[in-house]
Design a protein around this ligand. Structure first.
Ligand code: HSE
Length: 440
């Protein structure tokens, strides 16, 4: 079959843009031999044309003029990699209007304006491909779209933010302070331009919105998701949890229960240290997807960084060039999607097990008072831990792990415990998530 040449413009010459340019410039022959698609880098657009990047572009490719792409009819695919929502949305709309298919890694944009952009693309008979928007190099979008197409998805449990996972792994394994781990994640190119979006859980929520929309077939935005980040995590809690057999992860969770209710949440979660997700460390991501036919599946790989994310972008470019993205975009009903409306569940209606830490005065009867409050609220204790007061400060951490209980009972018990004279700090409460296991 004759080779097909595809001309590409990258908008945004940052970490991922550089990775995409590198693959196109270095591996075009290999990709052409393998796929029949020859990638040609026509333009790279960035407001900053001066700073030296990790990749040297051929003369005349780098420009700050977006119109030079929009007006060039020989450019087939526009890659939006600037991130953010405002300018990126305009750029994508302009590229669609100019007759180009769009490839993007922009999860914040799709989580907010996905439906609107998809509608415009459908109308223009173009497509938007977004494999790189979730979990970096892991082909999770492709799996959700085609590989798992036969399934009613029941649950998604994902570690989808490399920065948070890098921070939590280093806090857990190397006792590294939060700030140092974050700095390293930024230096390695895992973090967002604004790393607040990583650590406050927003980036994870953006990815969950995209994955859950595909899994459950509704229009879901980040506003439908209950979100808590890792910014207040104390290294001591990670270590106490570890002693009790748990590993702390920032999880994106989407569950569909009988009756069709859907619960979507992002929060620090203690999971069994024996579970597969507990062994996912550093910038790696993993997504456990459960379907009614397939059972449990696990997707694993590098979730952030220049080349893994570029790998997903280039996969989209090739799929778009082959016409596969366009066909799937039409047939797999990304648009219009139903509104989730009354089917969305609230996190406080979800029963859970909980890790509770109290800083208490080390004197007789304190544990009895705590036990009393839990008993009064019908909360059953599943495990307890107290370290000796080796520094003779008179205050010790008392840890309680509960059996399954309702959020409203825990809220009442925590309020009552806070009022005890022996409790010296605001209690820490972290959900324990029991990820389903698919075993023979
Ligand atoms: N900042 C993101 C992360 C990059 O750390 O996972 C990939 O979306």
């Amino acid at each position: 079959m004759a080779e097909k040449t595809v001309r590409i413009a990258i908008v945004g010459f940052g970490t991922v843009g550089s990775g995409v340019a590198k693959i196109i410039l270095e591996d075009a022959d290999y990709i052409a031999a393998k796929t029949g698609v020859r990638l040609q880098l026509a333009k790279v657009v960035d407001v900053d044309t001066k700073t030296k990047r990790k990749v040297a572009l051929p003369k005349g490719v780098l420009t700050d003029d977006l119109d030079s792409v929009l007006n060039d009819k020989t450019i087939d695919i526009g890659i939006e990699l600037i991130g953010g929502t405002k300018a990126a949305k305009e750029i994508q709309l302009k590229m669609l209007a100019a007759g180009k298919n769009v490839v993007t890694a922009n999860k914040a944009l799709l989580a907010k304006y996905g439906s609107e952009l998809f509608a415009v693309a459908h109308k223009a008979d173009k497509c938007i491909a977004f494999e790189a928007s979730c979990a970096g190099g892991i082909p999770i979008i492709s799996a959700m779209r085609t590989g798992l197409a036969a399934n009613k998805i029941q649950g998604i449990y994902g570690i989808v933010n490399g920065t948070c996972n890098y921070i939590l792994s280093n806090m857990s394994k190397k006792n590294m302070p939060f700030a140092e781990a974050l700095k390293q994640a930024q230096e390695k190119g895992y973090a967002e331009a604004d790393p607040t979006l990583d650590i406050n859980g927003a980036d994870t929520a953006h990815k969950l919105a995209i994955l859950a929309s595909m899994a459950f077939g509704y229009e879901i935005t980040a506003e439908d998701i209950s979100v808590e980040g890792i910014e207040n995590i104390d290294i001591a809690d990670i270590q106490y949890g570890k002693e009790m057999g748990y590993t702390l992860k920032l999880l994106a969770i989407g569950q569909r229960f009988n009756g069709g209710r859907i619960f979507l949440r992002v929060h620090p979660s203690f999971i069994s240290s024996e579970s597969a997700l507990a062994r996912v460390d550093g910038p790696f991501n993993a997504v456990n997807v459960f379907g009614h036919a397939v059972g449990g599946t696990l997707f694993y790989g590098r979730g952030a960084g220049m080349m893994p994310t570029a790998s997903a972008v280039v996969a989209d470019i090739i799929e778009t060039a082959m016409g596969n993205s366009g066909r799937l975009f039409k047939y797999l009903k990304l648009e219009p999607r139903k509104k989730i409306g009354k089917y969305i569940g609230k996190i406080d209606q979800l029963a859970s097990r909980f890790y509770i830490k109290l800083k208490v005065i080390d004197k007789p009867g304190v544990f009895a008072q705590i036990g009393n409050i839990l008993a009064k609220n019908q909360i059953s204790i599943s495990g307890i831990l107290q370290h000796e007061d080796i520094n003779a400060k008179g205050i010790v951490p008392a840890i309680v792990i509960t059996h399954m209980t309702e959020q409203k009972k825990i809220t009442k018990a925590l309020a009552a415990m806070s009022k005890l004279a022996a409790v010296k700090e605001k209690p820490v409460c972290i959900r324990i998530v029991d990820i389903p296991e698919d075993k023979d």
